[in-house]
Design a protein around this ligand. Structure first.
Ligand SMILES: O=C(O)C(=O)C[C@]1(C(=O)O)C=C[C@@H](O)C=C1
Length: 373
């Protein structure tokens, strides 16, 4: 039957629904407070029984991934599953902040895609702490200054992939999550800046490279300057009296109050950057997990084949493989391998056992929920 409600009637319904939603969110928040108490009680019991339980772990990535996945699966519209999941992402973020606000180190400065990835993964109630290097992100989490860290790992605009991988070789941190971000660039200027006033376009060199065709076509004669990050380019566009435009994403535009002269100027659509979340704890299985390991083998014929064969035999899909020269032993190679499954799964345990036998070194970097959003 067609909906015949008047505007006033619909708005009255909306007000009543909002009131119900608000009451439910409050109830949910009270549940989170109770969860925090239970976690503390469990810790005290463990301590009294002579165990050394470590720190209370409030953030549970495996639980969050399950909650978000379930919300996407049961979504009946008309809103998109992802849209609804984003709303719940924020509700959970606020609930967790009631338990304990999380401090998250990320490769800054503000307004970069890594900053945006941090908010996407942890929500707005987390406290992002900008760091100037990937090393500093690892150090902040290792020292306990921050609870988690976010670093770029694949096809990044702001960070060196290899640098992230190198850090894992020496670190005792564990990967506790992954974040995927579509890379969307805009041409940004300070409000009121006309096209004719632009004398220079600034961005991180990889952002300039990702938009090269578009820039060549539309701005062939304008100077381009590579700066340390897109966030820095946006800051320059906002603070230079006139004439500087920045290539950067939505987060930078919002943060520095910039206007979009042109949107979606990246040459290739579907360009995604992947980020890893690092923490001090191992994450239990969520049911949809990935595992990352470092394996080193001698440089002899068939070494890589031998390392990969256990995965083939067990029918486990690899999602990524990278090679880095080992820094400690001449002629040894280090492989970063990522695959589906959790280190606590029987088949994964068997594969890792087999790899241990044939490698010089095997270091599990952690199992973590596959990105839901
Ligand atoms: O289930 C828990 O352990 C909670 O702390 C609750 C909750 C939630 O709001 O749903 C909050 C934070 C955790 O990261 C996971 C889930």
């Amino acid at each position: 039957m067609a909906d015949k409600r008047t505007l006033e009637e619909v708005r009255k319904d909306i007000d009543a629904i909002d009131q119900e939603i608000q009451a439910l969110i409050s109830r949910r928040a009270q549940c989170a407070q109770r969860v925090a108490d239970i976690k503390l009680e469990q810790m005290q019991i463990a301590r009294e029984s002579g165990q050394e339980p470590g720190e209370v772990v409030y953030y549970r990535p495996e639980r969050e991934a399950q909650v978000l996945k379930r919300i996407m699966d049961r979504n009946a519209g008309p809103l998109q599953g992802e849209t609804v999941a984003h709303i719940f992402r924020e509700i959970m973020s606020a609930c967790l902040a009631l338990e304990k606000p999380l401090q998250v180190a990320y490769l800054g400065p503000e307004g970069t895609f890594t900053h945006a990835a941090t908010i996407k993964h942890f929500g707005h109630a987390a406290i992002p702490e900008s760091q100037s290097t990937i090393d500093a992100v690892f150090a902040q989490v290792e020292s306990g200054e921050c609870n988690y860290g976010v670093v770029p790992v694949e096809n990044s605009t702001e960070g060196m992939v290899n640098h992230t991988l190198d850090n894992f070789m020496d670190s005792r941190l564990k990967i506790s999550g992954e974040v995927e971000m579509p890379i969307v660039h805009h041409l940004l200027v300070a409000p009121g800046t006309g096209q004719g006033a632009i004398t220079k376009i600034c961005a991180h060199q990889q952002a300039l490279a990702q938009c090269r065709n578009w820039l060549d076509l539309h701005w062939p004669n304008t100077e381009r300057e590579a700066v340390s990050s897109n966030g820095e380019a946006a800051r320059l566009a906002a603070s230079t009296p006139a004439g500087v435009a920045a290539v950067a994403g939505d987060m930078a535009a919002e943060l520095y109050g910039l206007e979009k002269l042109a949107e979606h100027i990246e040459d290739y659509a579907d360009n995604t950057t992947r980020f890893l979340v690092v923490g001090r704890e191992e994450v239990p299985p969520s049911g949809r997990d990935k595992t990352s390991i470092i394996v080193s083998s001698r440089n002899k014929p068939g070494a890589l084949y031998a390392l990969l064969d256990p995965f083939r035999k067990a029918g486990v899909s690899l999602t990524r493989i990278d090679t880095r020269p080992s820094r400690t032993e001449k002629w040894a190679y280090v492989f970063f391998i990522e695959f589906e499954g959790h280190l606590q799964d029987d088949n994964i345990r068997a594969i890792v056992g087999e790899l241990e036998e044939q490698s010089i070194l095997l270091k599990p970097l952690g199992s973590y929920p596959r990105a839901v959003l």
